[in-house]
Design a protein around this ligand. Structure first.
Ligand SMILES: [Zn+2]
Length: 623
């Protein structure tokens, strides 16, 4: 309380001198936020926020509506309950709630602190339509796990986002914090209290903290100290299980990036969610300058978990290039409650996602075939979104309809835009320059503290590169013309072709060609939403046909099973006879079963490919 007395005295002098503006905090005296993780009541924790003294009669306190990297309005204020503003005698001050995230407090000069309870997002995600994306969400599981995405716990006072914060956390003795938030330098080690400091509000939310029982691995990768902390509710996984994969993956990323300046410390906060209880359901991750929060299901087998971690963490780590380094003023001066969006999601998310795939082929973590399959997957998926929507217009308006539902296309078409630009740059520079070169050049001009003007970026890139890049931007990034991917793939000697692949008679891998109509005597019929294999096509069967008999056996789910079993022993010459019902009519068919194949689209090498195209492809994928 001593500090506050001093603060008041100086604030009074300042107002008396007519210093005008709402100058409050004395010389960087921090806003002190105390969070109590020990006395959890009704799945909520209490936060006590003590600012300096205010010189204005009205003080506005806010919790973010949105945070960088999520591109959605999440209204974290909806999780704040029992809000109170107290004066220096501990009496409540009147306030009004301005909107879901902001409180206006009267008699601001009397304000000592605000107190409120915070509820978490993870255990209500299944009840809410537009739930907070889990890696940006919060968890309060008394005694076992706290996911402190601090924007959900700690707010800011209007006009005072640039003042320092001191964050004090009372915590159960057996839980440890994983975070890149700086420890309070003069604080003595205390098993019950942790102290952290942040230079400004942005730093508070850029450094999430996870509390859990120790399950941590730390390793060095070319000058970066990486810490992986993992929460596995049923103790299925240890951080050590994923360490080897993370070491090789991040080592490859570092090699790919070369001399790009990066952080000295990087933390991976991995929360594995329990699918059997109400728990986090938004799987993926959110980027920060020196850490990432990853949420994945604990039920994944180790192979899938490793691959998901490679894909997700590599994407987040590449965000250190953009937007964490190269970004516009909209991001530098982010308004947490009235955000202005930048035009360049094609770069922030698109380039990042493209690099997260490209480095894997360049560094030999995946094969060329795998890489082509991923790019073709993105081409297919991108068609589920509005392919004629301007990417810059979408980006600028991403919080609004009709743009918001197209957001996930930044990971599909956004990555493909970069693939095409990469091919153009390689072609025009005789294989010398690509997207990585461009991003390195941009990060020499801009960086963490030097944003660009939003509308100046594309002309700047054009001035650094080629007129063809200008045409591409105007047609396919600013413009609304869908990209003809064949025209770019042909430059590197590739083409999208239909090819035949082996499949089963009744199943394509795990996916059955049939379904059961429970409304209609549980008859078995050929599924409507599947591309049929050669077995069905050769017998001239169609989607929706109902199986009545096979080899004179009446067909239902029970009697079909042994036939499916037998089919594994069929040779192409085996003859089958069937009666099927189509539009109420019985039709008999028979013939040899053949060797079942399906038609799939693949990116393959062009016939008669030139040496030049192969050289360009090698420059693109192996340089
Ligand atoms: Zn991202």
């Amino acid at each position: 309380m001593k500090k506050n007395v001093l603060v008041i005295a100086i604030a009074l002098i300042l107002s008396a001198c007519g210093a005008g503006k709402a100058i409050v905090s004395v010389e960087n005296a921090p806003i002190v936020a105390a969070i109590d993780l020990v006395n959890v009541i009704d799945d909520r924790v209490q936060v006590d926020l003590n600012p300096g003294a205010f010189a204005t009669s009205t003080v506005i306190f806010s919790i973010p509506k949105t945070v960088p990297g999520t591109y959605s309005s999440d209204n974290y204020g909806q999780y704040i309950q029992d809000f109170k503003a107290l004066d220096y005698n501990g009496n409540p001050l009147p306030f009004t709630k301005i909107d879901e995230n902001s409180w206006s407090i009267s008699n601001g000069t009397q304000l000592n602190k605000v107190l409120y309870w915070v509820n978490d997002t993870y255990d209500t995600e299944n009840e809410i339509d537009d739930a907070v994306f889990s890696p940006a969400g919060t968890n309060i599981a008394a005694g076992s796990n706290f996911m402190l995405n601090l924007h959900g716990f700690v707010g800011y006072f209007d006009g005072f986002k640039e003042v320092p914060y001191s964050i004090l956390i009372k915590k159960p003795a057996d839980l440890i914090a994983t975070t890149t938030l700086s420890k309070e330098p003069n604080r003595k080690a205390d098993p019950l209290w942790d102290g952290f400091v942040a230079k400004r509000y942005f730093e508070v939310i850029d450094n999430p903290i996870m509390y859990a029982k120790p399950n941590t691995e730390t390793f060095e990768i070319n000058g970066i100290t990486v810490t992986l902390s993992l929460f596995s509710p049923n103790n299925v996984y240890k951080a050590a299980d994923l360490k080897e994969k993370m070491v090789s993956m991040m080592g490859a990323q570092k090699k790919f990036l070369g001399d790009v300046d990066s952080t000295k410390e990087y933390n991976i906060l991995l929360y594995l969610s329990d699918v059997n209880i109400p728990d986090a359901q938004g799987f993926g991750a959110l980027e920060h300058h020196t850490s990432t929060v990853v949420v994945l299901p604990e039920a994944m087998d180790v192979g899938r978990l490793e691959q998901a971690m490679v894909d997700v963490v590599s994407h987040e780590f590449f965000h250190i290039v953009t937007p964490l380094s190269v970004h516009s003023k909209e991001i530098q001066y982010f308004d947490f409650n009235d955000p202005k969006m930048s035009e360049h999601l094609w770069m922030y998310e698109g380039t990042t996602e493209y690099f997260a795939n490209l480095f894997q082929i360049q560094q030999g973590l995946i094969s060329e075939k795998d890489f082509y399959e991923r790019m073709l997957g993105k081409i297919t998926n991108s068609k589920f979104y509005d392919d004629s929507m301007s990417f810059t217009v979408m980006s600028k308006n991403i919080l609004e309809e009709p743009y918001e539902p197209n957001y996930a296309n930044v990971y599909e078409k956004g990555a493909l835009i970069n693939m095409c630009l990469d091919i153009i740059l390689r072609e025009k520079s005789n294989g010398e320059k690509g997207m990585l070169w461009l991003m390195k050049e941009l990060s020499k001009k801009y960086g963490t503290d030097i944003p660009f003007e939003d509308e100046a970026l594309l002309p700047e890139i054009v001035s650094m590169t080629y007129p063809e890049v200008d045409v591409f931007f105007k047609e396919h990034v600013i413009g609304t013309t869908p990209i003809d991917y064949d025209a770019f793939l042909v430059k590197v000697g590739l083409v999208i072709n239909d090819v035949e692949e082996p499949t089963g008679y009744f199943f394509d891998g795990q996916v059955p060609y049939m379904d059961v109509d429970v409304q209609n005597d549980s008859v078995v019929f050929i599924r409507e939403n599947i591309e049929l294999n050669s077995f069905f096509n050769d017998l001239k069967l169609k989607r929706g046909d109902i199986f009545r008999t096979i080899n004179e056996q009446q067909i239902n789910l029970e009697t079909l099973r042994p036939i499916i079993g037998e089919s594994f022993g069929w040779t192409p010459e085996t003859v089958i006879s069937m009666t099927i019902e189509r539009d109420g009519e019985m039709i008999s068919v028979s013939g040899p079963v053949g060797q079942p194949v399906k038609q799939v689209k693949k990116i393959v090498t062009l016939e008669g490919v030139t040496e030049e195209a192969v050289a360009l492809r090698n420059a693109w994928l192996k340089n």
